[in-house]
Ligand binder design. Structure first.
Ligand code: URA
Length: 457
């Protein structure tokens, strides 16, 4: 329907057009998304259009209009003009992915400001907000004025989405979840980017994971999502880059909230697992270079210096204090009552099977939630004692299970045995960073508009 049409908007027209593979006008998209956000449209009609989009995709113009409509459904954060460039990272999430915790303060130590709005864990991956809340007293639900105050004090914050930030996403995401329409590239891209655009950023880096522990396990789908988001961000004038990174193996050695905070503190002290350090430096390096805080090719080394010289750790302490952490809380992280050491059942090489099983193991121990109302035990989790790929002898210590008086222990043991098989040959893993995508490098595929283009479902 053209914008000046005298006919009233009928959602059935849009649903039928998309169902039949047609194109939606920007006006119809705006009416639909705002109707979904306000509650004016009923669940059945919103769900029907979402399923039609899931099946038919959106072309670049439609995706831009869809994302703009989502962004316009709520407020945009605004920051003081004083201070460094505003940057953020989004990760599609994975097992042991705690990179935001060292990355945000390290970027602040390099002169950037990081207003990071993040999410909670649901399913097999833990959420950054939940990990931070393992720190006694720390609040992620920041009130009016607190975001700006934290940014001014520490140069970073990690906080929960507010009611007013992209309200359309809350309704659309909940409905997608109910109708099995989450894994749609245009719907994921618009959901993620509308929230990042609302943060008022100068630059964004996207960590798009592939492998069995990732939200989209297939490399090709990860690549298409990354290319879609980089190009979509460019359509809004936001410089975005993406790294396609490996989730065929856990990131670092700790999985579980307090254990991951502890590992993040190691990284902030210039130590800890090398893969975590490399990922933090690569992601941060992209942002430092794209905002001019580091010369091309020198961003990762600049970020590494902030981890090694104590400045990132100092920013971390300032930031968590600004978000309410009690004095000394970092030295009093929650600990489980019991730790069991799991040993190799046979000799061979440590491989990685379906990594979601490691998330499942933590869930069984009480460290995850099946529904958004469930409470998390921050203390439980797993700590690998060897790296995937390493050769082991039968009986050698493999992993610690941090549990509370045996709760979920047997189920966790079983999940770990399958998730971390021991084989006769060394497993083959792709590199930690498989590909890097920038606005200049996003393939302008022929058929961008066609169902095989990067905006297709
Ligand atoms: N994360 C989001 O924020 N939105 C999606 O649709 C999927 C993952």
């Amino acid at each position: 329907m053209p914008p000046d049409s005298p006919l009233s908007f009928d959602p059935r027209d849009a649903i039928a057009a998309k169902r039949d593979g047609g194109r939606l006008s920007a006006e119809a998209i705006a009416r639909f998304v705002s109707g979904a956000a306000s509650g004016e449209l009923a669940d059945d009609q919103v769900a029907a259009l979402l399923m039609a989009v899931f099946l038919r995709g959106l072309d670049p113009g439609e995706l831009l209009a869809w994302t703009r409509a989502m962004l316009d459904s709520g407020e945009r954060l605004a920051w003081s003009p004083e201070g460094g460039p505003l940057v953020d990272k989004h990760s599609t999430g994975g097992i042991g992915d705690k990179a935001s915790l060292p990355l945000a303060p390290a970027l602040a130590a390099c002169g950037a400001r990081v207003p990071m709005i993040s999410g909670r864990g649901l399913g097999h991956t833990g959420g950054t907000l939940d990990k931070l809340e393992a720190i006694e007293g720390l609040r992620t639900g920041l009130g009016a004025g607190e975001h700006g105050r934290c940014l001014a004090t520490a140069g970073w914050f990690i906080a929960a989405q507010t009611e007013r930030l992209v309200p359309a996403d809350r309704r659309l995401y909940a409905l997608r979840d109910r109708i099995a329409a989450v894994e749609s590239i245009p719907l994921i891209a618009s959901s993620i980017l509308s929230k990042k655009l609302a943060e008022g950023l100068d630059a964004l880096v996207l960590d798009v994971k592939f492998g069995s522990g990732a939200f989209l396990p297939e490399v090709e789908r990860g690549r298409r999502l990354a290319a879609t988001m980089v190009e979509l961000a460019g359509g809004f004038g936001l410089e975005a880059r993406a790294l396609l990174t490996n989730m065929q193996r856990p990131l670092g050695r700790a999985i579980g909230h307090a254990l991951e905070v502890e590992e993040s503190l190691e990284c902030l002290g210039g130590a800890g697992p090398l893969d975590l350090r490399e990922l933090v430096c690569r992601l941060g390096g992209e942002l430092l270079e794209s905002t001019g805080l580091a010369a091309p090719g020198s961003g990762a080394a600049r970020l590494a210096r902030a981890l090694d010289d104590g400045s990132a750790r100092e920013r971390f302490e300032r930031g968590v204090a600004a978000q309410g952490a009690r004095p000394g809380a970092l030295g009093r992280l929650p600990r489980s009552r019991s730790v069991e050491v799991l040993r190799a059942r046979r000799s061979g090489f440590l491989g990685c099977g379906d990594l979601r099983l490691l998330g499942r193991a933590v869930l069984e121990l009480g460290g995850g939630r099946r529904s958004s109302a469930e409470r998390i035990d921050f203390a439980v989790g797993l700590r690998l004692l060897v790296d995937p790929g390493q050769e082991l002898r039968a009986g050698e210590p493999l992993l610690e299970i941090h549990h509370q008086a045996g709760r979920g222990l047997e189920a966790a043991r079983q999940a770990i045995e399958t998730g971390l098989p021991i084989g006769d040959r060394p497993p083959r893993f792709e590199p930690l960073v498989l590909e890097r995508l920038t606005a200049a490098g996003v393939p302008q595929a022929p058929g961008l508009d066609s169902p095989s283009g990067p905006f297709a479902p």
